[in-house]
Design a protein around this ligand. Structure first.
Ligand code: KIV
Length: 307
């Protein structure tokens, strides 16, 4: 566990003091308990839950109701961590009022801040949220909610023009009042440059070691989801393989009759068993209900012959 719960000023202080921020996603109570006992600084309830928890093909389908459903148990399970809630696609692109109303719901559920995807084009929305007292984390580079428009899941900002846009977007988010931003799938050199250009901390995922912090998706880092295996993910534990082995062993032992063993089972006193089974034998044998008489069916009438 970290010494103290991270705060908003703590994000900037970490950058100033060169302390790396460690973030991880979580989507349920059990995961949150594990993260709460770990040294990570903050938990992101990411809309990646659409893929790893709900089986969607991307994050765009995720709704506010689904985000709230997963956010609440994480908040219960990780009281000592700073909690970031993703705003799902469609929850902030209609108007500033819509964005504030939806962000309010996430904050009322217990989030410490919200995360939105986009750069200069969402600066107005970020301003409205910050004016409303809602801390905002930005998200630039590969933005999964609009990945199709970016040409799929690929590295962003490799060419100068695209890189310049990411730098401008990072500055726009900082000026709009964002307190931190995620840089996803951008070249290491660009991420390091952006990190040096702004005073708010950058959190990288597939963005190299020059960011102020890192974030990973739970199911990726523990080998629980193999539909997508991006190169930037490192598996820190093979939990998926351990579970597969456990399932095979369970089936084998049930077939072999070695599970459940006496230590997994419960006994009763012999005399209680004898009384129970003897009494049962003395119980009057229930008589079956008489079968109802079959109802006579009318004889089928011959079809009338056409004249
Ligand atoms: O939804 C998510 O998990 C994210 C991370 C990839 C940063 O946004």
């Amino acid at each position: 566990m970290t010494e103290e719960r991270l705060t908003l000023p703590g994000f900037r202080a970490a950058k100033r003091e060169g302390r790396k921020l460690k973030l991880v996603t979580a989507y349920d109570y059990t995961g949150a308990l594990l993260a709460d006992r770990s040294p990570v600084d903050a938990i992101l309830v990411g809309d990646s839950l659409g893929m790893v928890m709900l089986g969607y093909s991307g994050t765009t389908q995720v709704t506010m109701a689904e985000m709230l459903h997963h956010l609440r148990p994480v908040i219960k399970g990780a009281p000592s961590k700073f909690i970031i809630a993703d705003m799902p696609f469609g929850s902030y692109n209609v108007s500033c009022e819509q964005a504030v109303a939806n962000a309010n719901e996430l904050m009322k559920a217990g989030a410490d801040c919200v995360k939105l995807e986009g750069g200069a084009q969402i600066a107005e929305t970020v301003r409205a949220l910050v004016r409303g007292g809602i801390p905002v984390m930005g998200h630039l580079g590969l933005t999964p909610q609009t990945a199709a428009a970016l040409g799929g899941w690929k590295v962003q900002g490799r060419e100068a023009a695209a890189a310049r846009q990411i730098i401008a977007d990072a500055r726009a988010l900082e000026q709009a009042g964002a307190f931190s931003l995620v840089l996803e799938l951008v070249p290491t050199q660009l991420a390091a440059h952006v990190t040096g250009c702004i005073s708010i901390p950058t959190i990288g995922i597939g963005a190299g070691a020059g960011c102020d912090g890192q974030v990973l998706v739970w199911h990726d880092m523990f080998g629980l989801y193999d539909r997508l295996q991006p190169r930037f993910v490192k598996r820190f534990a093979a939990a998926g393989e351990a579970i597969a082995e456990g399932l095979a062993a369970y089936c084998h032992e049930v077939d072999a009759g070695t599970f459940p063993a006496p230590e997994h089972s419960f006994n009763m006193k012999r005399e209680e068993l004898l009384r129970a089974t003897a009494e049962r034998e003395r119980e009057p044998v229930a008589q079956p209900e008489p079968e109802p008489e079959p109802v006579a069916q009318p004889e089928p009438q011959p079809e009338p012959v056409a004249p």
